[in-house]
Write a protein that binds this ligand. Structure first.
Ligand code: GAP
Length: 482
């Protein structure tokens, strides 16, 4: 189903109004491309992280999870290649002092041409850009920008600097005495924390190849053009898994993880197949022998959600070279020592939150039986991911109904997240729960006192039925267990 118009803008407003996502440092007018998760967003994000963690470390008996520090020895980033080549080509407009990532500038120009009906020209510019970027031809890219009369959105001029590479890593000083302080970096990916711990984990866990190490955690990139809400942030969270394999078997494992990860997005995240597609990399990073993006259809088009990379023995080989410590595994099956090859799965948790919210968000309107119009905004979140699973709503604040409701809360809250609300009409309370994505609401009314039944109301269909109060917990548990 295509997205309704304005879904993206409305979703951003909804996320703030209902405690999912706020601009960071809002009272100081925000910090660009940095966001805070509110009470419902933090829970949604945690549920997604837990689902990933479970599917990696609990459901695969050869994958273990770790939690490495954000700060790492500076040599890590020399060995990994990030100091020398983790950069994007940028261009500045001399009149506005605005900096652009050249691919974003050119893509925006191509989109404009397309809207003007010049699709062929747009396609040829994009193809030329791909070619020049692949060849690292920075002069050629500037010529492409100038020849096609691309202008700055702020100044409206084509007064450009040369195209230059900008490193995306944030750096800071470790140590309090200036002379002794050394530059260290905020990690731009979590993967290196796994690579440098490869032998610690393998030996302490007596793991046999093939095996994987998973971790989730913050990563930081000084994205020059950060945009599209939480799609591209400066501080974000990754969920990565490095799968260590025997050299020569990496292509097989790459295909395995490519298929597994796509299926996970369908089975666990509830994304429909037609909102996902593969984008195979044509230009491979120097360390990779195969790479693919799993793209998701966001309200602003298909964009990268997750990367699957066959990283060869590059990272472990480089750490072996720079640390002068062997990063080898003795394979008893073939009686050989080798540096393992690695297949990586890497997904952005914030992007996954955005994909989940985008897909779940719906503005609905209909005509009631009496002919009057009605409407609601609903988050059709999978029940296992919803921040609140059950809302417990006493019909009135008197006649002992709140006490009964509290008893139900107490019996359920050790098993899943519940929410108690006694203010407002029942209709308003249902709407609020729809907007938060709560799959079940239970109303305690006078009949409850007589026969021990409650009304359970289902978010997606808005249908209601009577159920024994004592059956509520099991019904919710059954729906949220995947
Ligand atoms: N270890 C491999 C690696 O970091 P990547 O393609 O640069 O590969 C992996 O990043 C994933 O991290 C991306 O698919 C995306 O979901 C997420 N990601 C990368 N940069 C991001 C940013 N600035 N904001 C939010 N998510 C980001």
């Amino acid at each position: 189903m295509p997205y309704a118009p304005h879904t993206f803008q409305n979703l951003i407003g909804h996320a703030a109004a209902y405690g999912f996502i706020f601009q960071s440092s809002d009272i100081y007018d925000g910090l660009a491309a940095v966001y805070d998760y509110g009470q419902n967003g933090a829970q949604l994000k945690k549920n997604i992280r837990d689902a990933w963690w479970k599917s990696m470390t609990q459901l695969n008996d050869n994958i273990v999870g770790i939690d490495a520090a954000i700060f790492m020895h500076p040599t890590t980033w020399k060995a990994s290649g990030h100091v020398d080549s983790f950069s994007d080509p940028m261009i500045d407009n001399k009149d506005s002092n605005k900096r652009y990532r050249v691919d974003h500038l050119i893509e925006a120009h191509a989109e404009k041409l397309q809207a003007e009906g010049k699709a062929d020209l747009a396609a040829s510019i994009l193809a030329e850009m791909e070619k020049l970027l692949a060849a690292d031809d920075l002069n050629g890219i500037k010529t492409l920008i100038v020849d096609n009369k691309m202008v700055c959105g702020t100044s409206g001029t084509a007064n450009w600097t040369d195209v230059r590479q900008f490193n995306l890593m944030f750096s800071t000083e470790l140590g309090s005495v200036a002379e002794e302080a050394s530059t260290i970096y905020l990690r731009p990916e979590t993967a290196q924390g796994i690579f440098v711990n490869f032998l610690n984990v393998q030996k302490s866990g007596r793991l046999k190849i093939p095996f994987g190490i998973a971790q989730t955690g913050k990563a930081f990139r000084n994205e020059i053009v950060a945009r599209q809400f939480i799609f591209r942030m400066r501080e974000f969270e990754q969920m990565e898994m490095q799968f260590f394999v025997r050299p020569g078997t990496q292509k097989e494992w790459y295909q395995h993880w490519k298929a597994q990860r796509r299926q996970w997005h369908i089975d666990v995240m509830g994304f429909p197949e037609d909102r996902l597609k593969f984008h195979d990399h044509v230009k491979l990073a120097h360390y990779a022998d195969a790479a693919v993006d799993i793209e998701f259809e966001f309200p602003f088009g298909f964009k990268e959600l997750e990367g699957i990379h066959s990283r060869t023995d590059y990272d472990l080989g480089r750490h072996q070279e720079f640390s002068k410590k062997k990063q080898q595994y003795f394979d008893t099956e073939i009686n050989q020592n080798y540096v393992p090859f690695v297949v990586e799965t890497s997904v952005g948790l914030d992007r996954l939150v955005l994909a989940t919210l985008s897909h779940a968000y719906a503005e609905e309107s209909w005509t009631k039986e009496d002919g009057s119009p009605d409407s609601r905004v609903v988050l059709r979140l999978p029940a296992n991911l919803a921040p609140i699973k059950l809302a417990v709503l006493p019909l009135t604040k008197k006649d002992g109904l709140p006490e009964l409701a509290r008893q139900l809360m107490d019996s359920c809250k050790t098993a899943f997240h519940c929410f108690y609300e006694e203010k407002d009409t029942i209709g308003k309370r249902y709407r609020r729960m729809d907007a938060l994505g709560t799959p079940f609401c239970v109303t305690i009314d006078h009949q409850t006192k007589e026969d021990g039944t409650v009304t359970i109301r289902y978010r997606d269909t808005m249908t209601q039925q009577r159920m024994a109060l004592t059956d509520v917990k099991a019904a919710v548990l059954a729906a949220i267990t995947v």
